[in-house]
Design a protein around this ligand. Structure first.
Ligand SMILES: Cc1ncc(COP(=O)(O)O)c(C=O)c1O
Length: 396
């Protein structure tokens, strides 16, 4: 029995059955390439759902991890640590926001955003206690905690987990009239993904992000962009909201914030919003730990120094054009921004992901019929051409 089969058996025997992974074990990685225990190499076209935008084990990020691991890894927030201040400054400069609040996972940052906007509604907007409302979009994905699941429109994500968090209103993605109608005096925030990732790379019509911002401003509603997956270079801009030059009231960031090396997430907003917290009102033992901050500083430096947003923009439109050349009636649509690409089929995408795996290319189906392509943004043109030929072979 191969090592891979043994490991999969153990996972299936002891692991909770909450994922449906492709039957492959990964034990090593570098850049865009990963390797199984038998030494077979594959190209990673998923990047851990856009957490590895900087490429696997980027040498500068690994160096920062090792250097910090030799000094101190955790203080809790009972004390200051020497990495947190410089990390705050870096995220503040990048987002243009005055304040930052660190967490660990994306869903925790979403929780933080929800607490912030509710408290803001209570303290600043004067919404009566327990009456704050939040508007979200159909087919959103904000994570798997109870708050994030309560925001979901998917019955499958919610089944048996109730009662859900109250005060959530769901509108169709990209629908400005529905947004206007959903707003009441108790609305605290509109929380949305500027490009919906898990839904199958849904891109709103041009003008939506800006028009939705204007509606929020007219009604004193906070405009909160969940850029956990679409942000940090993935869509061909530093933030997906940059496509319409919109500065949200709050950014929610995660995934590539830690360069795929260490978990870190955050929300960033100005003082009039994120200033609502006082000591004891929110926190996390690991949030803002020195290891995560040191890694994140390096991860953000790599993103900026290597101009990964520009690479994503250029290589992304190249890849989309090449995919559109494939002539096969099962292809319904190729859509994307930068290297954030969805290829929608008229039938289940899973068998094609399995065939691509046999060809040495790892990607994953989303929403049944969509193959998501999101390679590390450091991918070379040669490697991308290799990947495109494999996709052509499997889909032609
Ligand atoms: C837009 C968005 N928000 C939140 C999350 C949740 O992040 P995490 O899995 O780190 O909790 C994800 C994860 O895919 C996401 O894509």
């Amino acid at each position: 029995m191969s090592k891979s089969v043994q490991i999969i058996d153990l996972t299936e025997k002891y692991g909770a059955n909450n994922y449906h992974p492709l039957p492959i074990v990964i034990s090593k990685a570098e850049g865009v390439w990963v390797e199984d225990p038998e030494g077979n190499k594959y190209m990673d076209m998923l990047s851990a759902y856009s957490a590895v935008n900087q490429g696997h084990r980027h040498p500068k990020i690994i160096a920062a991890l090792k250097e910090q691991a030799d000094k101190i890894t955790l203080t809790s927030r009972a004390f200051h640590n020497d990495q947190l201040g410089p990390w705050y400054e870096k995220v503040s400069n990048l987002t243009g926001k005055e304040m930052v609040l660190p967490m660990n996972t994306g869903a925790e940052a979403v929780e933080t955003a929800v607490k912030t906007v509710r408290r803001w509604a209570y303290d600043v907007k004067g919404v009566p206690a327990d009456q704050a409302e939040i508007i979200v979009c159909e087919e959103n994905f904000h994570g798997r905690t109870m708050t994030a699941v309560s925001m979901s429109s998917s019955e499958e994500y919610k089944r048996g987990f109730g009662p859900m968090l109250p005060g959530i209103k769901v509108i169709p993605f990209g629908n400005l009239d529905a947004l206007k109608q959903a707003i009441t005096p108790n609305t605290a925030a509109f929380i949305f993904e500027p490009i919906q990732g898990e839904a199958g790379i849904h891109i709103p019509e041009d003008g939506f992000l800006k028009a939705a911002y204007d509606i929020c401003k007219e009604n004193n509603v906070l405009y909160v962009a969940d850029e956990i997956q679409a942000g940090l270079g993935r869509s061909g801009k530093l933030f997906a909201c940059d496509w319409e030059n919109v500065k949200p009231d709050m950014y929610i960031l995660g995934k590539a914030l830690g360069g795929g090396v260490f978990p870190i997430s955050c929300v960033a907003a100005d003082k009039d919003v994120l200033g609502v917290f006082e000591p004891g009102s929110h926190g996390s033992t690991f949030g803002g730990n020195p290891l995560a901050c040191a890694v994140s500083i390096a991860a953000l430096d790599v993103l900026v120094d290597e101009k990964l947003s520009d690479r994503s923009l250029k290589l992304g439109s190249y890849m989309q054009d090449r995919l559109r050349e494939i002539d096969n009636p099962i292809i319904k649509e190729v859509r994307g921004k930068g290297l954030f690409i969805g290829l929608e089929l008229t039938e289940s995408a899973r068998p094609y992901c399995e065939k691509l795996k046999e060809e040495g290319l790892l990607c994953k189906e989303t929403h049944e019929t969509v193959i998501r392509f999101a390679p590390p943004l450091v991918i070379s043109k040669e490697d991308l051409d290799w990947a495109i030929e494999k996709v052509k072979k499997v889909l032609s």
